[in-house]
Design a protein around this ligand. Structure first.
Ligand code: GDG
Length: 463
């Protein structure tokens, strides 16, 4: 078995409060041996490429500090203010600055210089996400002939949106140096093919191998999962049970609806609140029987668009509560803080409706966690946006268009009145998928596909 070199913006080894993805990548690193490389999260006055090596729970991590300018231009700039909004279809929020693009390229070159000496000839190299698009090419330029895979955790935008990015062509050309590119869904994969065909004259064969500009790269749709068995067990531990009981007491007989999202404009929180308000107005009789608990830990607080969405939501929650609350009831509990995972599991289990309404989302793990945490004898109902990658696998949820307040309102009504047998039937199908296509399934599918690529494929083909 080849060693694995995982490369991502940040490195987290699955200890403490880490999510399922970090746990799975750590498990793969333990099995294959290898190294997890990335930015330390720290700033240094002058970049030195000094690697800090650590061994945590059987996983070797290698991290490097970046200069303030790198962090500003690469991370806060190009990653968070250019690529993230553009790839979530928000060109209105995307900032196109040459300095960001330059800093992004520089940081990737620095990553390549730093990780290069750690890579041995038979290692599988696996690059994660949009922070690192150019890394494959930079490694090739430094003589790395290994199999290199790339996985994109966010959507791939439609061709005409991507074309608004000044560096679009160079970015996609750079991706041709990978051997394998993974997307969560067929839809994101097809959007990538559209661009490669129309802008680069590429050809995609029946095995999803793209040939363009004399290079070949294999494409796969490989949806990420959660550790469903672990999460189901978590929902029954002491801390989860205490949270469950506390919520049940505080909701006194009311139906709890839950949303859990990083505070991000892609998650459709504003539209969710408006859809919920619509439900309150359209169904006065049910009004006081429901409570919406929205957990939204703030993120990327230095970026303007995140400050704006935060204040918009505060205003909206205040207005809805002001307009609809009664002496003994507040319609929205809006909480701007994070909770430990086992408490979240208890929150999901206590909630009869999981409301997941992103406007665009690569996958959305909350939808899967919500399902995994349910009581099999009395499960809650998942309402899910059609525009989340998860919708491709989770057809038994109530699927909605998150831009339509009416659809959200109708879906809430349907979920709240759904008979137990129907809830159980839908949940069983959803749970089967979440358990079968879990995070270890995802990991194995991707690494097997990478390992199956003949080592020579990364060389030039005849044009
Ligand atoms: C990217 C893509 C893709 C949230 N609040 C708390 C908390 N969380 C955890 C959830 C879940 C995770 O954060 C969020 O996962 P998502 O999938 O929703 O979204 P992103 O962070 O945007 O991740 C996404 C994912 O990559 C994987 O490929 O699904 O589409 O955007 O696990 O539970 N965790 C804790 N406390 C909180 O308050 N502990």
């Amino acid at each position: 078995m080849s060693r694995l070199i995982v490369i991502s913006n940040r490195v987290s080894t699955g200890g403490g409060a880490q999510g399922g993805l970090a746990v799975a990548l750590s498990a793969a690193l333990r099995e294959h041996g290898g190294i997890w490389f990335g930015w330390s999260g720290n700033e240094t006055s002058e970049f030195s490429g000094q690697i800090s090596l650590e061994r945590i729970d059987g996983v070797t991590t290698a991290t490097v500090d970046l200069e303030e300018q790198d962090i500003e231009e690469y991370y806060n700039g190009y990653a968070n203010r250019t690529l993230w909004p553009l790839f979530h279809y928000r060109i209105d929020l995307a900032e196109y600055e040459r300095s960001f693009a330059g800093g992004y390229q520089r940081a990737n070159e620095r990553f390549a210089d730093t990780v290069r000496p750690l890579i041995e000839p038979d290692d599988l190299v696996w690059v994660q996400d949009y922070h690192m698009f150019p890394l494959g090419r930079e490694l090739r330029d430094r003589g790395i002939a290994n199999r290199i895979g790339f996985f994109l955790h966010i959507p791939w935008p439609p061709r005409r949106l991507l074309a608004t990015l000044p560096e679009a062509r160079a970015l996609v050309e750079g991706l041709l140096d990978y051997d394998l590119i993974g997307f969560h869904t067929e839809e994101w994969l097809q959007s990538f093919c559209d661009y490669a065909r129309d802008e680069l004259g590429g050809i995609v064969d029946e095995d999803n191998v793209l040939s363009a500009l004399g290079r070949k790269v294999r494409l796969i749709a490989c949806p990420v999962g959660i550790d469903a068995t672990e999460f189901a067990a978590l929902s029954q531990n002491d801390k989860a049970r205490q949270t469950f009981e506390r919520l049940q007491e505080s909701a006194v007989g009311r139906t709890l609806i839950v949303g859990v999202d990083r505070l991000d404009y892609s998650k459709g929180l504003e539209e969710r609140f408006l859809g919920y308000e619509r439900f309150l107005t359209e169904h006065p009789a049910e009004r006081k029987e429901v409570v919406l608990l929205q957990i939204a830990p703030p993120s990327r607080g230095t970026v303007d668009s995140y400050q704006r969405i935060r204040s918009t939501l505060e205003g909206l929650a205040g207005r809805i509560n002001g307009a609809h609350a009664a002496l003994d009831w507040v319609p929205i509990r809006y909480v701007n803080q994070g909770y430990p995972r086992e408490m979240l599991a208890g929150v999901y289990r206590a909630s009869k409706v999981g409301l997941v309404t992103p406007l665009r989302d690569g996958m959305n793990l909350v939808a899967k966690e919500y399902v995994a945490a349910q009581d099999p004898d009395d499960p809650g109902v998942l309402i899910l946006s059609r525009f989340a990658g998860a919708a491709e696998q989770m057809q038994e949820a109530i699927l909605i268009n998150p831009h339509s307040a009416e659809e959200i309102s109708d879906a809430l009504r349907q979920a709240i009145s759904m008979p137990r047998e129907e809830r159980i039937e839908r949940w069983r199908k959803l749970m089967n998928t979440v358990v079968e296509q879990d995070v270890m399934w995802w990991l194995k599918r991707f690494t097997d596909a990478l390992e199956a690529i003949p080592a020579s494929q990364s060389a030039f083909i005849d044009a």
